[in-house]
Design a protein around this ligand. Structure first.
Ligand SMILES: [Fe+2]
Length: 247
């Protein structure tokens, strides 16, 4: 990136960015119908205690949506988008196959109290995490990504302090790519987001007047059989030896 500030010009090198993938897969109405039919099989008890007043399938052990035959068309499409994501990252998708580890509903009723937010977390066992927005209100909450650490661009601790009550007292003149430690995306119905599993994120409270239904999932990338001779990467779970650990 090239910039000019006053009489000076400079070339800026943006190092080590995080890439979040946002797309709107074709066939949404088919996938939406399949997910809504699948949702009827579950008894969603939205209740406090699972990180807010919402239902998270992961919290209740309902994490295997990817095994439902009716949802296979969606997961086939998801695989295509994972391939696109890896291509943007400059990887070779043909070396890998993806294994769906978990996938679950997140159902959040409207709550004017604003206490149904999903707190900051990551999906530590996941290579790539994704969210598909089955049916979300236009004025629904954002998903918020967090740097979770001191920003690489900060010259000193608190150098990007922003005073929300009095901008004149802020160290930051304008919020931009370099000084923000959070970034939010307003998802729309039919959107698919993908991001690294270790990426910290949260969801604001659903202060709209509508139910919000999304599906989240975790993906592991494993080596294809013909590439087991590589020195990197994980083997598929069918090759593993699984043993219980003693008490
Ligand atoms: Fe999450």
């Amino acid at each position: 990136m090239h910039i000019s500030v006053d009489e000076n010009s400079a070339t800026l090198h943006a190092l080590f960015p995080t890439l979040v993938y946002q797309s709107r897969p074709e066939g949404h109405h088919e996938y939406q119908r399949a997910f809504q039919e699948e949702a009827q099989r579950f008894q969603f008890q939205t209740e406090p205690g699972s990180g807010g007043k919402h239902f998270t399938g992961e919290y209740h052990g309902q994490i295997l949506l990817h095994q439902q035959a009716s949802l296979r068309p969606f997961f086939n499409t998801l695989a295509e988008h994972v391939s696109s994501y890896l291509q943007v990252l400059g990887m070779k998708p043909a070396f890998f196959e993806m294994q769906c580890l978990k996938s679950w509903f997140v159902v959040c009723p409207p709550d004017s109290d604003g206490d149904n937010a999903i707190v900051m977390h990551n999906h530590s066992c996941s290579d790539i995490s994704w969210v598909y927005y089955v049916d979300v209100p236009e004025d629904g909450p954002v998903i918020r990504f967090h740097a979770g650490r001191r920003l690489n661009t900060a010259p000193f601790e608190s150098s990007f302090h922003y005073d929300w009550k009095n901008e004149e007292k802020s160290a930051v003149d304008k919020l931009n790519w370099w000084n923000r430690d959070t970034w939010s995306i307003q998802p729309k119905t039919g959107d698919l987001l993908m991001f690294p599993g270790h990426q910290l994120h949260s969801v604001d409270a659903n202060c709209s007047e509508s139910m919000r239904t999304s599906v989240a999932g975790d993906i592991s990338l494993v080596l294809r059989e013909e590439h087991l001779n590589l020195e990197y990467g994980r083997t598929a779970s069918r090759h593993w030896l699984t043993l219980p650990l003693s008490q």
